[in-house]
Design a protein around this ligand. Sequence first.
Ligand code: SF4
Length: 164
Amino acid sequence: MVHSCEERRDFWVMLKAIAGVKAEKATPVEDLENKIRTEVVGRIAKGLMKLAGDNGMGIMDLTLEESKKENPNIPAPSPNGEYLAPWLETDFCTSCDECIKINPNIFAYNNDKKAYIKDPNAGPYSDLVKAAEKCTAGVIHPGLPADKNGPDMEKWIKRGEKFN
Ligand code: SF4
């Protein structure tokens, strides 16, 4: 980043020289620091806005991308936005076993004994909601089922809402 800033400064000096603009007094270090800080913050904000754009789907896509590295079977959300894949914040799992006890086909531990979603389709949607309710770390997000016609589905979706 510093290198990029230095390059831009040099380019600016060169442009001024070409245009015949007289050299100004040297910019005080604090001014330069402020300019750099503003530029860096601007770039970070722009990146975050890009991620959060489209109702946060950018962040969702990024999360799914990461999850798919662990498990390529995770389905992508449907374009109409009705389906929302479940996700789990693996890094914050406290290895309490609750989700694994509810459904070891959906949930599994990685090599660091942190839970992840092995196969979201390996059990009913209600298992995802039950696991979210039991999770001691609050890191399970059940998403929304692709098929909303199952028994008591409305009730399970309602119960799962606060974890998404
Ligand atoms: S219930 Fe939550 S904290 Fe416990 S193992 Fe599963 S993901 Fe980790």
